[in-house]
Design a protein. Structure first.
Ligand code: MN
Length: 486
C-alpha cells in the first residue's frame, strides 16, 4: 500500500517548493474523516484518496490539486455531516481553490450512470465539469484509475459498467486532452473486464515477446548511445533511451483494425524512445539511426512538423536492426515527452515553474471546441452538443441528472421555463443543491436545481420580469400575463 511518505517523496522530486506540511495535514484530515471506513477490498478507505493523490503526483500536478485529490471523497463518502458543512470546513482549512475542486468532484459524483444510451449525456457532463475547471477532470481521472485498479472487489455487473464507462467516456476525453499515458492506463485496466478471454490470450502471447525484445534492445540502446551520446562526435545530450511496451488494448485494436492473425506484423510491440534536449537534436538522432540501420519504407513519420490532431508530437522510424530484427524508434524532446504523456496536465506543471507561460484556459477550450467540431461532423448530435461557447453560459442539472444550458446569471425561473411553460407558471420556490433557495437566486454551473410548484397558482408574477435572463422566460411570462388580464 502507498504511504503518505511515498507521496511526499514523489512531490518533493518535481516540486521542491511545495508546502509539504499542508499536504501531510490534508492527509491526516482525510484519514480522520474516513476513519473506520473500508473499501470493498477490505483496505482502509484512506488508501483510495492516497492512491488518487499519487496518480495526480504522477502527472506532476501542483499541491492544491493533490490536496483536493486527498479530500475528494470527504463530502460524499463520510456519513457524519452533510456535504455543505464538509465543504465549508475544507474551504476554511485548505482554501477556496481546493474547496472549489472538491465541490466539482462531488457534483460530478452525483451523476448516476444509466446505460450506454446515455453516453452523450455523460459526455456533456464531463464537458460541464471541464467548463468549470479542467483540474476537476484530472482528479476524476486519478480517482477512476484507482477504482479500476481495485475493481476486482466489486460485483461483476458493476465491473462491466465501470469498465464500459471508462472505455466510452473517460479514455476518449483523456485522449482528446492529449493525456496519452492516462488514456493508456484507463484502457488497459478496463480491457480485462470487457473482453476477459481476448485479454488473457493476448497477455499470454505478448509477455514472452516483451521479455525477449527487451533483452535485445539493451544492446541496441548501447550501440545508439555510443553513436549519438555525449562521448560521440555529435555530443548530443541524451536524457534517456528506454523501451516502451505497447499497451495491450492498443495491440488488440491494431490486430482488429488491420485484420492481422498474429503479432508478427506489429513492429512497435516494444519501441525505443530517445529523449533529447532540442528539436534539432531529434532530427540529428534520426539521421544517426538511419546511418546505423536501414529504415523501412513508408515508416518514417514526422509528427513534430505535423502533430497528430490531439497534439501528439514525435519522430517515428522503423528500421531493420541488428540480426534482422525490426525496431521502431520514437524520438522527442524532454518537453514534448512530458506533453505526450500528460497533455494538458503538463501545462500546469510548466506554468507552475514559470518556464512555459501558456494561457492554459484558452488552450483546452480550443481543444474542446475542435473536438466538438469533429463530433458534429461525424455524428448527428448537433442538438445534443449544442454548447456554443463556454463563456457566458452555465450548465445546471435537473434532479434526474439532465443538463440544462443557460445564459450566465440565470435564475430558477429561467430554468423552469426552459424545461416547461407550466413549470414556470406554477413555480413558487426552488431547491438548489438540496437547499431551499429564492427564485431569483443566480444559478452557478453544476448546480442541481429542483423547482417547487404550487398547483393552484394561475399565472406568473410580473416581478419576475425584473430578473429573468432568458428570452424564452420573458416571452412566456408576458404572454401569460396578457392572457390572465383578459
Ligand atoms: Mn473517489
Amino acid at each position: 500500500m502507498i504511504t503518505i511518505d511515498d507521496l511526499i517523496q514523489k512531490i518533493k522530486f518535481y516540486a521542491p517548493n511545495a508546502d509539504l506540511d499542508l499536504v501531510r495535514l490534508a492527509f491526516e484530515y482525510a484519514k480522520k474523516a474516513h476513519s473506520g471506513q473500508k473499501r470493498l477490498s477490505g483496505e482502509p478507505y484512506i488508501s483510495h484518496p492516497l492512491a488518487t493523490a499519487m496518480n495526480l503526483a504522477e502527472m506532476k500536478l501542483n499541491q492544491d490539486i493533490i490536496i483536493a485529490g486527498l479530500l475528494h471523497d470527504i463530502p460524499e463518502e463520510t456519513r457524519s455531516e452533510n456535504p455543505e458543512t464538509a465543504l465549508r470546513e475544507i474551504k476554511h482549512n485548505f482554501g477556496e481553490e481546493v474547496a472549489f475542486m472538491v465541490r466539482g468532484i462531488t457534483k460530478l459524483g452525483k451523476i448516476k450512470y444509466r446505460g450506454m444510451e446515455r453516453y452523450l449525456e455523460n459526455l456533456r457532463k464531463m464537458f460541464v465539469a471541464m467548463a468549470a475547471d479542467v483540474r476537476v477532470i484530472f482528479i476524476k481521472f486519478a480517482d477512476r484509475l484507482h477504482n479500476l485498479e481495485t475493481l476486482g472487489a466489486q460485483p461483476s455487473s458493476k465491473q462491466k459498467r465501470i469498465a464500459m464507462e471508462t472505455m466510452e467516456i473517460y479514455a476518449p476525453i483523456a485522449n482528446r486532452l492529449g493525456m496519452g499515458e492516462i488514456k493508456g492506463r484507463l484502457e488497459d485496466l478496463s480491457f480485462p473486464y470487457l473482453y476477459p478471454k481476448e485479454f488473457e490470450k493476448l497477455k499470454k502471447e505478448v509477455t514472452p515477446r516483451y521479455k525477449a525484445k527487451e533483452e535485445y534492445l539493451k544492446k541496441v540502446r548501447i550501440k545508439l548511445l555510443k553513436s549519438a551520446g555525449q562521448f560521440s562526435p555529435q555530443r548530443i545530450k541524451v536524457y534517456s533511451i528506454h523501451g516502451r511496451t505497447k499497451r495491450l488494448w492498443s495491440i488488440h485494436k491494431k490486430l482488429q483494425q488491420k485484420g492481422y492473425e498474429d503479432l508478427s506484423k506489429i513492429y512497435d510491440l516494444v519501441a525505443l524512445r530517445v529523449i533529447v534536449e532540442t528539436v534539432a537534436e531529434c532530427y540529428t538522432v534520426l539521421g544517426i539511426i538511419h546511418q546505423l540501420w536501414k529504415p523501412l519504407k513508408g515508416r518514417i513519420k514526422d509528427y513534430i512538423a505535423q502533430p497528430k490532431p490531439n497534439g501528439y508530437q514525435s519522430l517515428h522510424t522503423t528500421v531493420f536492426c541488428d540480426d534482422g530484427e525490426i525496431v521502431e524508434f520514437q524520438i522527442r524532446t524532454k518537453k514534448i515527452h512530458e506533453e505526450a504523456e500528460y497533455g494538458i496536465a503538463s501545462h500546469w506543471y510548466y506554468d507552475e515553474r514559470g518556464s512555459m507561460p501558456v494561457s492554459k484556459d484558452l488552450k483546452w477550450v480550443r481543444e474542446l471546441t475542435k473536438w466538438k467540431k469533429e463530433l458534429e461532423e461525424n455524428q448527428k448530435y448537433l442538438e445534443a452538443l449544442k454548447i456554443d461557447v463556454f463563456q457566458n453560459r452555465i450548465f445546471v442539472f435537473t434532479p434526474k441528472g439532465d443538463v440544462i444550458d443557460l445564459p450566465e446569471n440565470s435564475t430558477p425561473i429561467d430554468f423552469a421555463y426552459t424545461l416547461h411553460s407550466d413549470l414556470g407558471d406554477k413555480c413558487t420556490r426552488a431547491k438548489i443543491n438540496e437547499q431551499i433557495a429564492k427564485i431569483d437566486t443566480k444559478l452557478q454551473s453544476g448546480d442541481v436545481v429542483e423547482i417547487i410548484i404550487d398547483k393552484n397558482r394561475k399565472a406568473p408574477s410580473a416581478d419576475w420580469l425584473k430578473f429573468v435572463k432568458t428570452n424564452a422566460a420573458r416571452h412566456k411570462i408576458k404572454s401569460r400575463l396578457r392572457a390572465a388580464k383578459k
